[in-house]
Each structure stands twice: as structure tokens, then as C-alpha cells.
Design a protein around this ligand. Structure first.
Ligand SMILES: [Cu+2]
Length: 459
């Protein structure tokens, strides 16, 4: 039998056994390990049961289990948590076992699974096992399939993980509030034969969004569309960890979307194929090459590629407002307007004012005073300066010669000599501008919308 000690030594990180259940009850209900760190934890290699190739949850972890009479037993605790969204910002969220999202659950096709769910939230909850083929009474829709789990109560779910694939879990009780607060987790059912669908590195994460006004800590749960923090597993760039891979590794990235809008995820320097959805694996003959995959609301997508191109490659949502962090900016669009002196004049009146579209970098480079607990809209420093990104953005670091299972950040890519875009210092031909282009500082027309319609309060 797996002991609490095995639980702790079986997974790295600052995981501590929760004292939720008394010693007497410990035999009946497994411990509920907790995770205090938002850092990416090493893959959790199975200590019992059938072998499989574990996944890596970006800025997350996998939940240890115990084997009891041939059944894999897990214990999830739904509870309020404090999640660091990125250094400099923490959020009061709801999650499972110490973090939002909750831990990834990994099982093997054919496993019988028993999941204890303890509710430590101030309101009732349930868990829906998105994508699983299971008995109706285990599906987790409060009122329809089961009574809701009242605060303080523990329910048990039990079913067989019937087929290998990519799944997630989330409440089906007061969903608007509970998902807006971060309640969700990843689920991977591995194939019985570990050689099936085998890859060298298998990353997973959920896409989520929050509406946390600058200077605040708690999401507004009534927001329908105007979210201002777009996150990968409840982390915003530069808080997202890089995905470190060895050159020529076959890499899989599995993503699930529990926000209220779609996210077209785009890779740089590589091509991929979509190999799976939450409905199953896509036959090889039906796959086609892509560099962007749209992950629709409530959907999951698995992509695979061979990481044959060394470097630091951006991987991000292609909606440009989703790679920014929160800001209430009723800002005019002054792109193309000579604002020399304007900022200084206004700053004398309105300290902290800054302008968009003037001398590139005015956004990322603006180290303006922010309310407490508020991330810069775009941030991140790279080897060449400001990266000017936030939100749903991370970096795939492809390196030669890494050890199998080495996920440590190798630092920035060292570009071979002569392979970096550089300033041209030779002669430049005339007539490099469009014939009718206004000169810098010259304005054509004074459309009122263009001058004042650029402001909005969210993304
Ligand atoms: Cu997006």
C-alpha cells in the first residue's frame, strides 16, 4: 500500500500531505497531497499500476494516487487558493489541492478509478469529467446526475477510464462563478501500450481567463466577455515557464480551453499536426500540417511536431489582446502622430500618462507606476531587450544534447554567428516610402473615431 511518505517522495516540489482526514479515516480515504508552488513540476513517474510515459503540466503538477484492491484512488479537495499569476501579482482563486488549476490526473486506459472529492468551498460544487465515457450518475452535472456536494462534504466518483486520450475536469455547479474563479484541471488517459502514441516530451495545460481590475486580487465572476488576464494554467507571461525540449525530440502539446472565447495557438519555427482532440486520436491519414490551431471554447487539441530547429521559439495565442496583461486604458490611438512634447506637457497635468505608437517600445518600455498587485501590460526581458508580451505567451526552447527528462531552463539561445537579423549599414535606395504616405508628424483628416475611439477597458 502506498503510504503518505511514498506520496511525498514520489513527486517533487513543495508538496505536503494535508491533514484533512484523521488517522482513523486515512484507511478509508487517501491523503490529499497539496502543492504550494506554481512552478512546473517534474513528470510523476508511476510508482504502481501499469507503466506509462508521464506528461509535464506547464506551471502545474500531477496528482499522486494510491492503489487499493486494484483501483486507483485519488483525492481532490475543492478550496480557495492563492495563485501567483506572475511575479508581482497574486490572485484569490478557487482550485484544487492548493493550486488553480488543480493537479493533472494521469491514468491508463482500462484503469478503474475512484476519486474522492472534498468540498471546502463556501458553496456547493460537483466535478464533471469532460470527455469521459462513463455511467450517467458519474457525469457530475448537479441536479441532473447527482445531488451537489455541499460545503464540508466528500463525495466519491468511480468509473473505468475506457479509452486513451486528452480530457479535463471542471465543476458543473454554479459554473460561471466556479470557472471564473479557476476551478479546472487536466486529465490524461495513457494508452495500455506505452509504445502507442509515444512522444519524447508531452506537455499539457489549460487556457483560462480572469477579470481582475488593476490593484485587485479577486476576479469579477460576472464578467461575460471583457476578461483582462489571459492565462496558460493560471499564469501570464512572463510568469509562464518555457517548454524545454531536446533537438529532434517528438513533442506533443495538449491544450484545453475553458475560457469564453477561442484561442488560435501559433508556433514559431516549426510545423505541427493536430493529432488528437477530447474526442480521441485523429488517424494519421486525416491529419494536415498547421502552424496555428484554433482551440475553441470547451475544446481540447493535441498537437505534435519534431523539434528539429534549435532556438527560443514563441508559442502563443494569436489574438494580440490575449498576449497582454490587464490594464484599464482609455487611451487614444495616436499612431503616426508626432507626439514630441505631448507626453511631457500632459505629464505635467496627469502624472503617469503615456502614449501609444510613438517611437516603438513605448508600451513595453514604459515602466510607469502601476497599482499594487498589477502586472505590466506587456513585459518580459529577452537577450535583445523588452519582449513586449504578456498573457497567453510562452517560449519553446529547443536545444541540442539535453538529457532525457531534463526540463531545466537552459537560459537564452546562443545564436550562431551571422544568424541574427541586424542593422543594415550600407547604402539605402531612395523612394522607400509609399507615394501618398504622410510625412512623419503630418496628419491627414481628423476623424473623431480615429482620434478617440481606441480606448477600451479590457481585452
Ligand atoms: Cu487567445
Amino acid at each position: 500500500m502506498t503510504t503518505r511518505r511514498n506520496f511525498i517522495t514520489g513527486a517533487a516540489g513543495a508538496m505536503v500531505g494535508a491533514s484533512l482526514v484523521s488517522k482513523a479515516a486515512a484507511a478509508a480515504i487517501p491523503e490529499a497531497p497539496q502543492q504550494s508552488s506554481p512552478a512546473t513540476q517534474p513528470p510523476l513517474h508511476p510508482a504502481s499500476g501499469r507503466p506509462y510515459n508521464p506528461v509535464v503540466t506547464l506551471n502545474g503538477w500531477s496528482l499522486p494516487w494510491r492503489m487499493k484492491d486494484g483501483v486507483k484512488e485519488f483525492h481532490l479537495v475543492a478550496e480557495p487558493v492563492v495563485r501567483e499569476i506572475a511575479p508581482g501579482m497574486k490572485a484569490n482563486l478557487w482550485g484544487y489541492n492548493g493550486q488553480s488549476p488543480g493537479p493533472t490526473i494521469e491514468v491508463v486506459e482500462g484503469d478503474r478509478v475512484r476519486i474522492f472529492v472534498t468540498n471546502r468551498l463556501p458553496e456547493a460544487t460537483t466535478i464533471h469529467w469532460h470527455g469521459q465515457l462513463l455511467p450517467n450518475g458519474m457525469d457530475g452535472v448537479a441536479g441532473l446526475n447527482q445531488p451537489a456536494i455541499a460545503p464540508g462534504k466528500t463525495f466519491v466518483y468511480e468509473f473505468v477510464a475506457r479509452y486513451a486520450g486528452t480530457f479535463m475536469y471542471h465543476p458543473h455547479t454554479d459554473e460561471m462563478t466556479q470557472m471564473a474563479m479557476g476551478m479546472m484541471g487536466f486529465w490524461v488517459t495513457h494508452p495500455k501500450d506505452p509504445r502507442q502514441h509515444a512522444v519524447d516530451r508531452d506537455f499539457v495545460f489549460l487556457l483560462n481567463a480572469y477579470d481582475i481590475a488593476p490593484g485587485n486580487y479577486t476576479p469579477n465572476v460576472n464578467t461575460m466577455l471583457d476578461f483582462n488576464l489571459w492565462t496558460i494554467n493560471s499564469r501570464a507571461f512572463p510568469g509562464t515557464d518555457p517548454m524545454v525540449v531536446r533537438k529532434d525530440d517528438r513533442v506533443r502539446i495538449r491544450m484545453g480551453n475553458l475560457t469564453m472565447t477561442n484561442h488560435p495557438f501559433h508556433i514559431h519555427g516549426h510545423r505541427f499536426e493536430v493529432t488528437g482532440t477530447d474526442g480521441g486520436w485523429i488517424p494519421a491519414a486525416a491529419r494536415w500540417p498547421e502552424v496555428t490551431v484554433d482551440v475553441g471554447v470547451g475544446q481540447m487539441r493535441a498537437i505534435e511536431f519534431v523539434a528539429d530547429n534549435p532556438g527560443d521559439w514563441a508559442f502563443h495565442c494569436h489574438k494580440s489582446h490575449h498576449t497582454m496583461n490587464a490594464m484599464s486604458h482609455g487611451m487614444p490611438n495616436l499612431v503616426g502622430v508626432d507626439q514630441a512634447g505631448v507626453a511631457k506637457t500632459i505629464n505635467d497635468l496627469v502624472p503617469g500618462y503615456m502614449v501609444m505608437g510613438d517611437r516603438g517600445g513605448s508600451m513595453g518600455g514604459m515602466h510607469m507606476a502601476l497599482p499594487e498587485n498589477t502586472l505590466p501590460m506587456m513585459a518580459g526581458r529577452g537577450p535583445f531587450g523588452d519582449i513586449e508580451m504578456g498573457g497567453m505567451f510562452t517560449v519553446i526552447k529547443v536545444r541540442e544534447g539535453l538529457a532525457h527528462g531534463d526540463y531545466k531552463d537552459p537560459g537564452w539561445y546562443k545564436h550562431p554567428a551571422g544568424t541574427v537579423a541586424r542593422e543594415w549599414t550600407g547604402a539605402v535606395p531612395d523612394a522607400a516610402s509609399a507615394p501618398a504616405a504622410p510625412a512623419q508628424g503630418e496628419v491627414i483628416g481628423t476623424a473623431t473615431r480615429g482620434a478617440s475611439g481606441g480606448g477600451h477597458t479590457g481585452h
